[in-house]
Write a protein that binds this ligand. Structure first.
Ligand code: EPU
Length: 339
């Protein structure tokens, strides 16, 4: 049975670097560990928070329950009947290290998702995506421990109900499962996804004409490093808000006042607008308020310069939402989990 600690600081376990305490804290390394911990009296009588890389949460106060830090590691590959490679990783693996493992094996499919913070197990929760790729594009299946029955269940792509930063694990299945492992279908001869403008520009700057999987990964790493703060240096959790989807009529109206408003068509009636642009136009980009602020290179990212408080970041996000609504009539939704 892994050792359950009392009153443990969560500062090293969340990428915002917020210094709050967990009443109980335990690190698990295997399925058996998870089951034993879930059967303990402490687990049965306390609220539970499972932490992967802690890269998508905002901790606003001490957590008066049991934090289970997932450190379940391992990866394997298997060739399927079509010559594709099925790659499986345990949920506690670091996402970026896992992506590099696939890139170094010459397997394509995840290279556009390089350098995303967090763990493999958290990736399906919100169908992580970047530069024209989402994990649902290469996801095959996952195994998850049912917290009530303690049985392992499988979810295929359809059962996960993936959407833009969405899955069943943020809705009906919320809090009911612990994701144990995830399997992706990757290819030795992939079709590279270069549609996102910045990737082509960066490859051109790198002097690369016929990019390999590794070149695309390197380009994505370079773009991310130029815009997004490294959590080891400045606390943050990536995009704080989701990009809002609005009715086309609303968008057409805004375009009259703001002819340069960027947009991505979603359907005949719906348009997605970058929240970063809206927040910048509302005057927030690069603004610092003591120990917290809005990142200077990407307004979608809220930052903790060191001694910031989670509640202050939550309050700042509310002010940003109100001002974007006032200026554009658009309601922003938060992407991170506020706890
Ligand atoms: N923009 C601004 N000002 C800003 C930020 C962005 O005007 O401060 C404009 C850009 O000029 C561009 C557009 O907004 O025209 C889009 O910007 P960007 O390419 O940086 O992407 P994003 O839409 O802001 C999304 C994801 C990121 C992902 C990138 C690249 C969401 C919520 N965010 O950001 O994901 O890396 O696309 O694909 O969908 C994350 O989820 O944590 C994350 C970083």
């Amino acid at each position: 049975m892994p050792n359950i600690l009392k009153n443990t600081s969560l500062k090293p376990y969340n990428t915002f670097g917020l210094d709050v305490n967990a009443a109980f804290f335990v690190e698990v390394k295997s399925v058996e560990d998870f089951i034993e911990v879930l059967q303990s009296d402490i687990a049965k009588t306390n609220e539970i928070l499972v932490l992967g890389g802690g890269s998508n949460i905002l901790l606003t106060k001490d957590f008066d329950g049991l934090v289970i830090k997932n450190n379940y590691r391992g990866k394997s590959t298997e060739e399927d009947e079509n010559g594709d490679i099925l790659v499986t990783a345990e949920s506690g693996e670091n996402w970026h290290e896992f992506v590099l493992y696939t890139v170094n094996k010459g397997l394509g499919g995840l290279e556009n998702l390089s350098l995303i913070p967090g763990t493999v197990g958290a990736a399906p929760m919100q169908n992580i995506g970047a530069y024209g790729v989402e994990i649902k594009d290469v996801f095959v299946t996952l195994e998850a421990l049912n917290r009530e029955t303690l049985k392992v269940e499988s979810f295929d792509n359809e059962q996960c109900q993936f959407g833009y930063r969405e899955s069943i694990f943020k809705h009906e299945a919320k809090g009911k499962y612990i994701i144990l492992s995830v399997t992706f279908r990757l290819s030795k001869t992939p079709k590279l996804n270069l549609g996102y403008g910045a990737i082509n520009d960066t490859l051109a700057e790198m002097g690369i004409k016929n990019p390999s999987i590794a070149d695309v990964s390197a380009a994505v790493i370079s773009i991310r490093q130029s815009k997004l703060p490294d959590p080891k240096e400045i606390g943050n959790s990536g995009s704080f808000f989701k990009n809002p989807e609005i009715p086309k009529v609303h968008f057409e109206g805004l375009k009259e006042t703001y002819p340069n408003i960027p947009s991505y068509p979603i359907s005949e009636e719906i348009v997605k607008v970058p929240a970063g642009w809206l927040i910048e136009q509302a005057g927030w980009k690069g603004k610092r308020f003591g120990e917290i602020g809005v990142h200077a290179k990407q307004a979608l990212v809220l930052v903790n310069y060191g001694a910031g408080k989670g509640q202050d970041i939550a309050n700042l996000s509310e002010e940003i939402k109100a001002s974007v609504f006032e200026k554009f009539g658009i309601k922003l939704n938060v992407e991170v989990n506020i706890i």
